[in-house]
Design a protein around this ligand. Structure first.
Ligand SMILES: NC(=O)c1ccc[n+]([C@@H]2O[C@H](COP(=O)([O-])OP(=O)(O)OC[C@H]3O[C@@H](n4cnc5c(N)ncnc54)[C@H](O)[C@@H]3O)[C@@H](O)[C@H]2O)c1
Length: 252
């Protein structure tokens, strides 16, 4: 088991990619704190982890608010006394054209995807340095942090920010034992992408951009997250790992 004795916190772990990561980390022996919005889905994830023999804790928190982020860390530390892995996975995307994008939608994406990632990453790094164990921080970015997709200017900008935040943290923290990396998934089958995946003509058109000609599954991102969380990646820091069926390398 690759995460034996480790404590991991997964934000946005109630559903989709975050839930798959939480389940995978628990299978590998980590104690997993799952946070997110929506009590029912949160409790369901924790129940799934416990059913498979894992150790889990549910924490309701909205990552755009510092007081929620601080309370989330205090709950983990009160329960388990330490933290070794943070997966900054919470994120939203509500497509709208650039010209119709409201100030409120821009601010909401920045607050959750970019500021929320910063708040949790900073607190995690401080705790890891205080406890003297070092750690691994994984920020959930996207292929949209590398190339721009129409109707997602706000989302694209937040994921671009996440990539540079990841590199900035790596530059300042790697020599202190805290590694920071990002994951850049392509199209993964979750609630977020259901409207596109359920739209036959639209998904057929989209898959023309993906050399593997299929959407990815949350478990495929969880496996990549496990690599970045574990000592298998002990000399990897500041990297943005693309997991996209080959999409971003395709010219047309
Ligand atoms: N699904 C994809 O194709 C895809 C591709 C690239 C990147 N991503 C990224 O992966 C992450 C997870 O996406 P998903 O597809 O699993 O989405 P999802 O909608 O299934 O899950 C999103 C999770 O984030 C949580 N969340 C949303 N707003 C929050 C907030 N303010 N505070 C705390 N938690 C909040 C939700 O509770 C949920 O647990 C996101 O950061 C997303 O941008 C997804």
């Amino acid at each position: 088991m690759r995460l034996n004795g480790k404590v991991a916190l997964i934000t946005g772990g109630t559903l989709g990619i975050g839930r798959a990561i939480a389940l995978r980390f628990a299978q590998e022996g980590a104690k997993v704190a799952v946070s997110g919005r929506g009590r029912a889905a949160l409790d369901e994830t924790v129940a799934l982890i416990r059913e498979q023999g894992g150790i889990a804790l549910a924490i309701e928190a909205d990552v755009q608010y510092k007081k929620d982020v601080d309370a989330m860390f205090e709950t983990v530390l009160a329960e388990w006394g330490e933290l070794h892995i943070l997966v900054n996975n919470a994120g939203i995307c509500t497509p709208v054209s650039f010209l119709d994008m409201s100030e409120e939608e821009w601010d909401r994406h920045m607050a959750i995807n970019a500021k929320g990632t910063f708040l949790a990453a900073q607190r995690a790094a401080k705790e890891m340095l205080k406890q003297g164990t070092g750690g691994s921080i994984i920020n959930m970015s996207s292929v949209n942090g590398i190339n721009a997709e129409a109707d997602q200017a706000h989302y694209n900008a937040t994921k671009g920010a996440v990539n540079l935040l990841t590199m900035s943290m790596s530059v300042e923290l790697s020599h202190l034992g805290v590694r920071t990396n990002a994951l850049c998934p392509g199209l993964i089958e979750t609630r977020l992408t259901k409207p596109l995946i359920d739209n036959g003509p639209a998904i057929a058109e989209y898959l023309k951009t993906v050399p593997m000609k299929r959407v990815g599954q949350p478990e495929e991102i969880a496996d990549a997250a496990l690599f970045l969380a574990s000592d298998d990646s002990r000399y990897v820091s500041g990297h943005c790992l693309v997991v996209d069926g080959g999409q971003v390398t395709k010219l047309s």
